[in-house]
Design a protein around this ligand. Structure first.
Ligand code: NAD
Length: 500
């Protein structure tokens, strides 16, 4: 059995921890390889490699750091099909979706290529007589990233391109469920000319993560994953003096107004709820319909569309499936348990994906598209993140009731409103308590030059990922106030200095 180790100081290194996790192909249920679950000493070795590389890398000029990013972008593009195939083999998503994920990751690399401009800081001439003031945006040192299974390329690429372009060095701890893609990206970074030790990968679980959260050489931690772990990461790393951004789970609502274009709503919902088998933090998992008429029509149309959905392996079909399997046997069972729970809670199960089997792939982790109507806020299937192809339809009597429902939900990652009324859309954008908002657009993932992040229990920490917040997160501001020429001497001053 092939065993994946770590990537430290510019090369692949086997692990000596003696602990391994299994990596499965979700379409077949077969174990494809094993991944090292690194011990504390190996994690410290990765941190040491990053720390040793920092003094030189932080002195490389911004333009030369950008040039490495340009080369890396070209290499990833050259190997895009190979990387997308790896994503699909270990995650299960269909090939075109894997290519899309890689494109969204590459957009952050393109953003990072602009670092000479992004890291310029500010300058004020003559803030006092002969006194100038300017700010420096300096790198922090060793930064760490911990990523989830659902975007094995894109989420690490939300983090390391900006961190490295800013002059930091990095230790990445990818998801142990699909670790091959980050290792491939590490090889391509080396091929692009990144000096050894600037980017390192330590594979593993809590044992490795806990070292990253507590080792004093690590200055900042970026995390994406489920809310309970995000909260733990935020609390632990903050208590150890680190800068932290920890993105958590979601339950994204689409508010459907009576004046919305019904066909546009259905087309948007079907992709946003079931694309990637619902395993996206920006997937729509709740449709809130204002009025019974809207809900009745939507549920009928959705049921028809679900009957046309192609569910199957992510690779190798003549006509590509719309969605693939979910990540693991345990997650598959958990999603099916939620469907059973929804029935027990009294929701109407309109389409039931529990018995779906793809012929010839009987051990694959497939769940068919499932749809509940008459879901209410008191139900657990409404409150909790299912992270699978299960859409809940909730009925509201008014716009205000729908808005209150969204605002009272514990998660606040993404949301969307579908309406033809500009007043309502504008009010919604202003008043909804959610970090990323779509208007007649179901998955409002901000482009790389804006920042990505939710509100409430979907994000712990003040700064979002990539875009302007990404640069702020990975740099430390220093402000210099200087008097030249020295001939302009000031006398002793005992009151608070002001620039007269
Ligand atoms: P997860 O929280 O189980 O794992 C995320 C990372 O944390 C992995 O690298 C894992 O090894 C590590 N980890 C797990 N348990 C740990 C522990 N006890 N201590 C320390 N580290 C631990 O998440 P997942 O199942 O891989 O990913 C799915 C979740 O990620 C969903 O909740 C989804 O909403 C969320 N997600 C959020 C966003 C966002 O932008 N907000 C984006 C993608 C995914």
């Amino acid at each position: 059995m092939r065993r994946l180790g770590n990537y430290i100081n510019g090369q692949a290194v086997p692990s000596n921890s003696g602990r391994y996790g299994s990596v499965f192909n979700p379409a077949t249920g077969h174990e494809s390889c094993q991944v090292a679950l690194s011990n504390q000493a190996e994690t410290r070795e990765a941190i040491a490699s990053a720390e040793a590389a920092f003094s030189q890398w932080s002195q490389v000029t911004p333009l030369n750091r950008a040039r490495v990013m340009f080369k890396f972008k070209a290499l990833v593009e050259q190997h895009a099909d190979e990387i997308a195939t790896l994503i699909s083999q270990e995650h299960g998503k269909v090939f075109s979706d894997a290519r899309g994920e890689l494109t969204r990751g590459l957009e952050v690399v393109e953003f990072a290529c602009g670092i000479p401009h992004l890291q310029k800081g500010e300058h004020s001439l003559n803030v006092g007589r002969g006194v100038d003031s300017f700010s420096l945006m300096q790198p922090l040192g060793v930064c760490a990233g911990i990523s989830p299974f659902n975007f094995p390329a894109m989420v690490p690429m939300w983090m390391f391109p900006v961190a490295i372009a800013c002059g930091n060095t990095f230790v990445m701890k990818p998801s142990e469920k699909d670790p091959s893609v980050p290792l491939r990206l590490a090889e391509l970074l080396t091929e692009a000319g990144l000096p050894d030790g600037v980017f390192n990968i330590v594979n593993g679980d809590k044992e490795a993560v806990d070292v990253l959260l507590t080792d004093e050489r690590v200055q900042a931690v970026s995390f994406v994953g489920s809310t309970p772990i995000a909260e733990y990461i935020y609390a632990t790393a903050s208590a150890h003096g680190k800068r932290v951004q920890a993105l958590g789970g979601a339950k994204n609502h689409m508010l459907v107004m009576p004046d919305a274009d019904p066909d546009q709503v259905v087309a948007s919902l079907i992709g946003a709820a079931y694309g990637s088998a619902g395993e996206r933090c920006m997937a729509i998992s709740v449709a809130v319909c204002v009025g019974d008429e809207v809900a009745d029509r939507l549920v009928g149309q959705l049921a028809d569309e679900i009957d046309q959905l192609r569910v199957g392996p992510g690779l190798g079909l003549t006509e590509e499936a719309h969605m693939g399997p979910v990540i693991s046997e345990q997650h598959c069972a958990k999603i099916k348990d939620y469907i059973t729970l929804g029935q027990q809670e009294g929701a109407s199960l309109i389409r039931d994906g529990r018995d779906f089997v793809y012929p010839g792939h009987e051990h694959g982790y497939f769940v068919g598209a499932s749809l509940f109507d008459h879901v209410t806020p008191g139900m657990r299937i409404y409150q909790e993140e299912i992270f699978g192809p299960v859409l809940c339809v909730v009925r509201a009597e008014s716009y205000q009731q729908a808005l209150t429902m969204i605002n009272e939900h514990e998660y606040g990652n993404g949301t969307a409103i579908f309406t033809r009324d500009g007043d309502t859309a504008r009010q919604f954008c202003e008043n909804v308590q959610v970090g990323m908002v779509g208007v007649n657009l179901p998955i409002p993932v901000p482009m790389a030059f804006h920042s990505f992040g939710g509100w409430k229990r979907s994000l712990f920490g003040p700064l979002h990922m990539h875009g302007p917040d990404g640069v702020r997160f990975y740099t430390r501001m220093k402000t210099v106030t200087a008097r030249w020429p020295t001939g302009l001497r000031a006398g002793a001053e005992f009151s608070m200095p002001t620039m007269k």
